[in-house]
Every structure is written in structure tokens, then in C-alpha cells.
Design a protein around this ligand. Structure first.
Ligand code: FMN
Length: 649
């Protein structure tokens, strides 16, 4: 077989271990940490899925090496805690049995200890240790680590490495990036020590060298040690790429793989976890530069998900390994699909941050496009249905497509009817906005999957009770979606108004240099960013006092910052009264004001097609509703409901 992405699929030997390909799964905290800080079975299944999907290495996320001075990161490997060694061993096993190399990341959050603790009392009663005295942004004091404590932390790395090897891990990742303890020592911004651990680069690197030496002592020669670092801290006062190169050079004799990420926790997530507003692979230049100056293999990370781009990175020798985080949440089988030349079946990550937001709000792990994430232990395989049924799906948007694909995978005979001439539903609108291309692509991928699974697709076909009667389905899934709300204000039907959902079709009608977006929800804000990036002066009009309340807690701050950077003029508590050729007249503070713009984009929300769904309630013995026709929500909900409706048939 000729592999299309032969570079990506080629094995690599690091230390004395051979990895089956160049695609590694980044450390990501799993779905469950037990109260004893061990890996719960849900998390084991979470890591296992990525191994099953073909990644060459799967890294278990942050093991807290020294709980005495830390209390934030996930797991704690401790022989005194009943079940700890067993949980790590089961997890290493679960990864290994699918041919992947199990790795575990060692971390210490340093002055950010307690960041992820939801127990505020515990958080406040803790002491936060860092390289130097200071005050955290939340006002908590930072206590400098003594030399003796540094020695204890280094010793803890040794002990944990010894245990990790005992548990069957075959690689260890030492986390020296993203603003956690080792990075705090490396950073001139955090480290103001005047002893041998501060000042010159040689001194700032000292603790890292001590840690790596201790880990090497514990695991012996040939056992791969991966050093994760930020190639640049990417903020004023932090170190830049020049120092990043020197840091890599200063540790290369002690490690087998240099994993180059970027940024710092201190400045939010949009650099460490490139948001949808940034280019794919935007941090790779750091790894590429570092590779020129070291002799050890180098890995790159950051918004990578495109097989062609990743293959080129390896083929051209820019880096040796690519690491993916969110891309493998979205589709754990990405590596297998790459190996099998099935790249058009890859479900791409949307970079919507649902994965990280849910952790912060509900403490669960979710993914917009992968209904299994966080629930892998409930069963990773789609079981065939006991009895084959004829299933009619009404609506070819994301919920309907997901339901159709899943039902077909279970062996049902599926007919999917779509009223319009193409599939994708509301996702089709996203093709007008470049940074949301992956959302549009999701519809395309699901359509491809549906066709491959043998779903019979009938376009330009509206399901009516009479039509359903003719088909005689055993079950029906109603996914008739939602439609845009158009407020009944004078001028709304004018030539200068484009409803946001039709923007991709009517782009040419957006004229002039100044535009008004009416509605400051998620869709309105993202449209405003897009238009501003296209060079327009954009005014965003919102009736409420805040923007994008429907955005998740991770995406929202990034979106708001983007609005600011694009200089979008945000008018809050402005109620649109009428639209004229000059723009939108609004009521604000008891006065009428004109918000100027030659084009108005109307983005005031969606309305569920409840009546249409209700009219189909009795079209089959089993009828289920999914997606926006219940209540306009998000892709995550549509995928989840579509998947489970089909699993219930
Ligand atoms: C849900 C989630 C959990 C993460 N947990 C960790 C972690 O525990 N340790 C860590 O070093 N990085 C963690 N990361 C960061 C990833 O390892 C990676 O650096 C980041 O997601 C950027 O890569 P990507 O663009 O491929 O997602 C996490 C990322 C995500 C999305």
C-alpha cells in the first residue's frame, strides 16, 4: 500500500524505544481524578481511546510530583496511597495494549498551585511556592522555595520516575513550559533569585538540569525522557526564542526529545492552546528554529490537525514529531485514518474550547464533535442493533447527520431527508468566515461518513406525515433545526440588511467601509471580528449589558480580546429601533442615536422549529427530536443528542 502521508507514518526511535509513527498524543487531563489523586477508570479509558486510535505515544497528564508544595495538578503517584500504583499500572497497560507507548507527564504548578482547585477554602489555606517572592494576580502571596525544598522537589522527581517505570510507563515527559514551576525558574519574569538558581541563564536552568538528572538516574540510560518547554514565553518580560534556543541547548544532553510548545499560563490560553483566531501550526516556528540548534529530536505542537501540513513538517526535516491535543479529542482515530489514507473522514477539532470550558464549569470532559469524550468507559464501540430497523431522519444538519451516521453504523437502514438542496444545515453558514472553516468542514465530513455508511440521502425532500407514511419507517429522528430571528423593526427588509445565516451567500451585498452588526451574541461577535479582519470599521450593537453570554468560559475572553484588537466599536445597551440607509438608529440612555454603516448584519439569534417538529410527532412508532428544533444550542449538544438518539434505537 502506498501511504499518502509516509513521513507522518514513518517510525522513529527515541532513546531505545521505537514509536510506530510521528503522531503523539499531548498530555491532557482525563475525565476522572479520584479523591486520592489517582487515575480513575474513566480517565484510563480516556487515554486508552487515543492509543486505540493509532497515536504512537499517549501521555498521561500532569502527575503532581511534590504535593507537599503543590496542590493543583491532576494525579499523584504514591505508594502509600492505596490504589495509586495500580491505577498507573492499569493505565500504562491500557495504552500499551493498543501498540502505543505510554508516557506520563511530571509537573509542579509552583506559584500557581491551587489554580484548578474548586475548593476555595483549601485554596486559600495553601501556601503557594515559586522561585521568588511575589503576589499572584488573584492576590495570593507567593513564598520563595528554600534550597532545601528545591532539593526535596528534585528528589520527588526521582522517586516518581522510579515508580512510573515500575508501573510500566515507557517514557517520561518533564513539563518545563506553560508557566508552571520549572518554567517559572526559567523565566526572567518570575525568577528574581540571587542564589545559584536565579540570575544568569545557567542559574535559571539549574533546577531543570537537576530534575532531569534525577529522572535519568531513576530510569537508566536509553529510557526516553521528553522535555516539554515553551520555545518562547511570548509576553513582554518573559524569555523569547533566543533564550528558548539556549534553554534547549542547555538540557539536550539530558533528554531524548525536546517538545516545543509556547506561551505561559499567566497570559491565558490563546497562545498555549492556539484559538480559532490563530493559524494552524502558528507555534511551529519555535520548534523549527530550536531544531536547527540541537542534535536531539524535536517535537512541535499547537493547533496541528492537517495531515498534509504535518507530513510536510516531518518530510522537510523541520521537526521530527508532531504532537496533537485537541485534534485527538475531536477524533482519536486521526492517526489511524492518516495511516489508511482516509484523511477525508477525519473529524476536525473546531478549537471551540468546549473541552477546556467544561472542565472549568462542570469538571467534566466534553468535546463538541466527539460525543464519547469523557464517557469512553461507557463503551467505545458502537454495538450493532439487535433488530435492524428502517430509520427516517428528517433534517440534514449536524444533529441529523450525526444521528444518521450512528444509526447506519449500528446496522439500521437509514433514509435522511433534507428540505434544501444540500447537507450541513446551519454549518453551511460558517463557510463565509475563514476562522470557522472547520465548523463548515464538519458538515462536509459528516456527509462523507453518511455516504460511506450507506445512508440514503434525499435532498430537496421535506418530510411530511404523508411522505413518512409512504416510507413506513420503524423509527424517525426529527432534526429540523432552527431559523434566524428577524426582529420586526422598520427597514429590516432593506437591501442593505443581510441576515447572518445568509452572509456566505450574500457577501457581495456587504458594501462600503463601515458595517453594523445587530446582535452581540456569539454569532454576532464572531461576524464582527470577521468583518473587521476584512478591513471594515465595524460597530456591534447589543441590547444587553454584556457580549456573547452564550460563549463558553474559555472562548469568551479570547473572543472579547479579539473584538478589542480588531477595534470593533461595541455599543452595549443599545436597542435597535429602525434601519435606514445610514445605519441603525438605536435607543441608548433614553436618546436616539445613529450607529453608522452602509450594511447591517442581523444576528439576533435563532428560533427552534418547534411547530415543524411537533407536526411530525406521530410519523413512526418511535420518534425522537434532536438538536436545535428542541432549543437552539450549540454543536456539542446537537452531536451529543444525534448520537444518543441513534444509539437508543
Ligand atoms: C482538555 C485539555 C487538557 C489539557 N491538559 C493538559 C495537561 O494536563 N498538561 C499539559 O501539559 N497540557 C495540557 N493541555 C495542553 C495540551 O497538551 C496542548 O499543549 C494544547 O492543547 C495545544 O495543543 P493543541 O492545539 O494540539 O490542542 C491540555 C489541553 C486540553 C485541550
Amino acid at each position: 500500500m502506498i501511504r499518502k502521508y509516509k513521513n507522518l507514518c514513518s517510525p522513529i526511535t527515541i532513546g531505545n524505544v521505537t514509536f510506530r509513527n510521528r503522531m503523539f498524543s499531548a498530555p491532557m487531563s482525563g475525565a476522572e481524578i479520584t479523591p486520592e489523586c489517582t487515575i480513575g477508570s474513566k480517565s484510563t479509558a480516556f487515554y486508552e481511546l487515543r492509543a486505540k486510535g493509532g497515536a504512537a505515544a499517549v501521555t498521561v497528564s500532569e502527575l503532581m510530583v511534590h504535593p507537599e508544595t503543590d496542590a493543583s495538578h491532576a494525579y499523584h503517584l504514591n505508594t502509600k496511597t492505596v490504589g495509586s500504583v495500580a491505577s498507573f499500572t492499569y493505565t500504562a497497560d491500557a495504552i500499551k495494549r493498543h501498540g502505543a507507548v505510554p508516557s506520563v507527564e511530571f509537573s509542579h504548578s509552583g506559584q500557581y498551585a491551587g489554580t484548578y482547585l474548586l475548593d476555595k477554602n483549601k485554596k486559600e489555606s495553601m501556601t503557594q511556592y515559586g522561585p521568588s517572592e511575589g503576589t499572584r494576580p488573584d492576590g495570593l502571596p507567593v513564598t520563595p522555595l528554600t534550597r532545601e525544598q528545591i532539593g526535596q522537589i528534585v528528589e520527588a522527581y526521582y522517586e516518581n520516575a522510579r515508580l512510573a517505570k515500575l508501573c510500566g510507563f515507557e517514557m517520561i515527559m518533564v513539563h518545563g513550559g506553560h508557566g508552571w514551576l520549572l518554567n517559572q525558574f526559567l523565566s526572567p519574569y518570575f525568577n528574581h533569585r540571587t542564589d545559584e538558581y536565579g540570575g544568569s541563564l545557567e542559574n535559571r536552568v539549574r533546577i531543570v538540569r537537576e530534575v532531569l538528572t534525577a529522572v535519568r538516574k531513576a530510569v537508566g540510560p536509553g529510557f526516553p525522557i521528553e522535555f516539554r518547554m515553551s520555545g518562547s514565553e511570548m509576553f513582554k518580560g518573559g524569555y523569547g526564542l533566543d533564550e528558548g534556543v539556549r534553554i534547549a541547548q542547555a538540557v539536550e544532553d539530558l533528554v531524548d526529545l525536546i517538545h516545543v510548545s509556547a506561551g505561559s499560563y499567566k497570559f491565558g490560553f490563546s497562545v498555549t492552546h492556539p484559538s480559532m483566531f490563530r493559524a494552524h501550526g502558528c507555534n511551529v516556528f519555535l520548534a523549527e528554529e530550536i531544531k536547527k540548534h540541537v542534535s536531539k529530536p524535536v517535537a512541535a505542537i499547537g493547533g496541528l490537525n492537517d495531515p498534509a501540513m504535518m507530513d510536510e513538517l516531518i518530510g522537510s526535516g523541520k521537526v521530527d514529531v508532531v504532537v496533537m491535543g485537541r485534534a485527538l479529542l475531536a477524533d482519536p482515530f486521526l492517526p489511524s485514518k492518516v495511516e489508511e489514507n482516509r484523511e477525508d473522514e477525519i473529524v476536525r477539532c473546531l478549537r471551540c474550547f468546549v473541552c477546556m470550558a467544561e472542565r472549568g464549569t462542570t469538571q467534566t470532559r466534553r468535546c463538541s464533535v466527539n460525543p464519547l469524550i469523557g464517557r469512553e468507559w461507557e463503551g467505545m464501540d458502537i454495538q450493532p442493533a439487535r433488530k435492524k430497523k428502517k430509520v427516517l431522519v428528517a433534517g440534514g444538519g449536524v444533529a441529523g447527520l450525526e444521528a444518521a451516521v450512528t444509526a447506519a453504523r449500528r446496522g439500521h437502514e437509514v433514509i435522511l431527508c433534507e428540505k434544501s438542496g444540500s447537507l450541513g444545515g446551519i454549518l453551511k453558514c460558517e463557510q463565509g468566515i475563514d476562522f470557522k472553516h472547520e465548523m463548515y468542514q464538519l458538515g462536509v465530513t459528516l456527509e462523507r461518513q453518511a455516504r460511506l455508511e450507506g445512508v440514503e440521502i434525499r435532498l430537496n425532500t421535506e418530510v411530511t406525515p404523508e411522505y413518512a407514511e409512504e416510507i413506513g419507517a420503524d423509527a424517525a429522528i426529527l432534526a429540523v433545526g432552527s431559523e434566524p430571528i428577524v426582529p420586526p423593526i422598520p427597514g429590516i427588509d432593506g437591501e442593505n440588511v443581510v441576515v447572518v445565516n445568509r452572509y456566505y451567500l450574500e457577501k457581495d451585498r456587504v458594501s462600503g467601509d463601515e458595517a453594523v452588526v445587530l446582535g452581540g451574541g456569539l454569532a454576532g461577535c464572531e461576524s464582527a471580528v470577521h468583518l473587521a479582519r476584512e478591513g471594515k470599521k465595524v460597530h456591534l450593537v447589543e441590547m444587553r449589558a454584556g457580549l456573547a453570554p452564550d460563549a463558553n468560559i474559555r472562548h469568551r475572553p479570547i473572543l472579547l480580546k479579539e473584538l478589542e484588537e480588531q477595534k470593533v466599536d461595541c455599543r452595549l445597551e443599545h436597542q435597535g429601533l429602525r434601519i435606514t440607509g445610514e445605519g441603525v438608529w438605536c435607543m441608548a440612555d433614553g436618546k436616539e442615536v445613529l450607529v453608522p454603516g452602509s450594511t447591517v448584519i442581523c444576528a439576533v439569534g435563532q428560533r427552534a422549529r418547534k411547530n415543524e417538529a411537533a407536526a411530525l410527532r406521530d410519523i413512526a412508532p418511535v420518534v425522537k427530536q434532536v438538536g436545535d428544533c428542541i432549543r437552539p444550542a450549540n454543536i456539542c449538544m446537537a452531536v451529543y443528542q444525534g448520537y444518543h438518539a441513534a444509539m437508543d434505537l
